[in-house]
Design a protein around this ligand. Structure first.
Ligand SMILES: Cc1cc2nc3c(=O)[nH]c(=O)nc-3n(C[C@H](O)[C@H](O)[C@H](O)COP(=O)(O)OP(=O)(O)OC[C@H]3O[C@@H](n4cnc5c(N)ncnc54)[C@H](O)[C@@H]3O)c2cc1C
Length: 549
């Protein structure tokens, strides 16, 4: 049996494991990533890559290639509610195409409050890009087709056994840490015996309970449908409800529908139900079918033990409403990644890893609960009998339900969830006595109050302020070019904490940050801000890097 060694062994090559590997690689830390399946996902799942995820992809240098896959650039990402594809449209939530977003970004439009607005593309296309990029990074050893089957905690690390899914061959890997990014059914959390807690997907209505996700090829839909080509369609009629999401605008769709009450799903029944939603006998090829549970709001009791950390679906299970699951997991990976790297490079103590749970678990609870609330809002609508009728009563029924459903825009516009995560209670954050903006799932109020994401502003040369941040800690000087920051830099150097010091001269940036100086963390959260440099820079650096834990 061969043995390999690596600072970090990652179990699970979904989006969260792949992003963790990239985050570590970008910080000069090697990892080996094992994934049971030989390839990235082949069944479409999520579609929403939120603004925060896209900001991280920008930092990792892959935002443009992620935006290029999936839907055509000029397809509007509208959501349409309709009785059937051959029936009546009765509500629409308009949303821009990629081309329109790019036009507004090129014009340095501030209305998105981010340089990287939300992006719609099926997760499986994006995972292919993540994998392709990870393959080019020499720090990452990709071992797809290999499964983690056991691990043992040692005094100075973890000894894991992996098995080749095809040949059965086993190997051991000695690592300093093990990261369990192996999803809901993954081995790592179960081996640690850490339970999920919260609300499960009880069978109450549509989009809560047992569901099917059906990947189909049915280009004939475009020949019969009476509405235009958009991103997402919800059919509502007396036979039931369905969510049909466009994958490529050529004929591939993913259909989310209830698990049949009659028991085992049968292909013929599924095709009949989809044709019903179409209102036409079109050809439908079923490529794959997966069962999933809607309505979950479950968070693991702990985010790891000792040298084994967990991230993504391994620690939180969402209902898909709002598209928060993978996105929350990606921010877990970013948080964990810089901390692993800081300890590996020797400028933070092992104890800093405990702040991963302190910072991320409350966000897991906040986001799962918001998602569940959004799901229950849409789960319980009454479908009026006249909805499909070509009568005055039918027109009235559609107008009424349309008004009701058009109000559910929060599902598609949750900027508070996307950008508003805060780490106020973290020992790595230095409070400045100001109040953070109120927490909201919908609204995000830009603020440099320590603990939150560093707000974005366009600078005079067309860059986002985020593009100026260094790889590790960054001290921003707002119109303070004349202030000597050598002693601050020396305090960081004395503790081997990597620091960039950047002058920002634009008044708009100073007005937004409301300070003379701000210290930004590697994950682009504000660690500290002040009008003057701190009296004891060494103590500040110790705190934000976890060296006083
Ligand atoms: C219908 C639906 C729609 C969704 N829509 C969205 C959305 O729009 N936006 C969003 O953010 N989220 C969405 N989600 C959630 C999202 O798909 C998940 O949160 C995301 O895939 C989690 O990523 P992960 O990397 O943590 O886990 P996974 O994607 O589950 O990946 C885990 C990987 O670990 C591997 N693995 C398991 N055990 C082992 C082992 N022992 N050894 C090695 N490898 C192992 C698995 O093979 C798998 O490849 C949706 C989910 C569903 C069901």
């Amino acid at each position: 049996m061969t043995q390999d060694t690596t600072p970090v062994l990652i179990s699970g090559g979904g989006p969260v494991g792949l992003v963790l590997a990239m985050e570590l690689a970008g910080r000069g830390v090697r990892s080996i990533l094992v994934n049971t399946e030989p390839t990235t996902a082949v069944h479409p799942q999520g579609n929403t890559h939120n603004a925060r995820t896209m900001e991280h992809y920008r930092r990792l240098g892959i935002a443009d290639r992620v935006r290029a896959v999936g839907l055509p650039q000029d397809l509007t990402t509208d959501v349409i509610y309709l009785t059937r594809f051959t029936g009546h449209e009765f509500a629409r939530i308009p949303m821009p195409s990629s081309t329109e977003k790019k036009r507004r970004i090129a014009a340095r439009d501030m209305s998105f409050l981010t340089p990287e607005p939300i992006h719609r593309s099926s997760q499986f296309y994006v995972e292919t890009e993540l994998f392709a990029h990870a393959e080019t990074l020499p720090e990452i050893g990709l071992r797809f087709g290999w499964e983690l089957i056991a691990f043992d905690l040692q005094d100075d690390g973890v000894l894991s056994t992996i098995r080749n899914a095809e040949t059965g061959e086993t190997e051991t890997i000695a690592s300093r840490w093990l990261a369990g990014c192996d999803g809901a059914q993954g081995y790592t959390r179960r081996a640690l015996e850490i339970p999920y807690r919260g609300e499960g997907g009880d069978e109450v209505a549509f989009f809560i309970g047992r569901m099917l996700s059906v990947y189909i090829d049915a280009p004939g839909i475009y020949d019969v449908m009476k509405v235009d080509r958009v991103w997402q369609y919800w059919t509502v009629n007396g036979d039931g409800r369905m969510c049909i999401v466009t994958l490529d605008a050529k004929g591939k769709f993913v259909v989310l529908t209830r698990y049949p009450e009659s028991g085992e799903p049968d292909e013929a029944d599924i095709i009949r139900d989809i044709r019903n939603a179409m209102g036409a006998e079109i050809d439908i090829e079923i490529i794959s079918v997966r069962e999933w549970t809607a309505g979950n709001a479950l968070v693991a009791d702990r985010y790891g033990d000792d040298r084994v950390m967990l991230a993504g679906d391994a620690v939180h299970l969402f209902t898909p409403t709002g598209g928060f699951g993978m996105n929350t997991g990606i921010e877990d990976a970013v948080n964990l990644g810089w901390k692993f790297a800081a300890v590996h490079h020797g400028f933070a103590p092992e104890a800093v890893l405990s702040t991963y749970e302190t910072e991320r678990r409350p966000i897991g609870i906040r986001n799962t609960q918001s998602s569940r609330k959004l799901a229950s809002d849409v789960a319980t609508i009454e479908v009026p009998e006249a909805l499909e009728q070509d009568t005055e009563e039918g027109v009235r029924a559609r107008a009424e339900l349309g008004r009701h459903l058009s109000g559910f825009t929060e599902e598609f516009a949750s900027l508070g969830i996307q950008l508003g995560a805060r780490y106020d209670a973290s020992p790595l954050i230095v409070a400045d006595g100001t109040n953070p903006p109120p927490d909201s799932a919908v609204d995000y109020v830009p603020s440099a109050c320590p603990g939150g994401r560093a707000p974005h502003v366009w600078l005079d040369d067309g860059a986002s302020i985020h593009d100026r941040f260094g790889k590790w800690f960054t001290l921003l000087k707002f119109g303070m070019a004349d202030t000597n920051t050598a002693s601050f830099g020396a305090a960081a150097s004395a503790q081997n904490v990597p620091l960039d010091i950047i002058d920002i001269s634009e008044q708009a940036a100073r007005d937004l940050y409301q300070c003379g100086f701000a210290l930004i963390r590697p994950d682009h959260h504000v660690a500290w801000r002040g009008d003057a440099l701190p009296a004891d820079a060494a103590a500040l650096i110790r705190q934000v890097s976890g060296n006083n834990l």
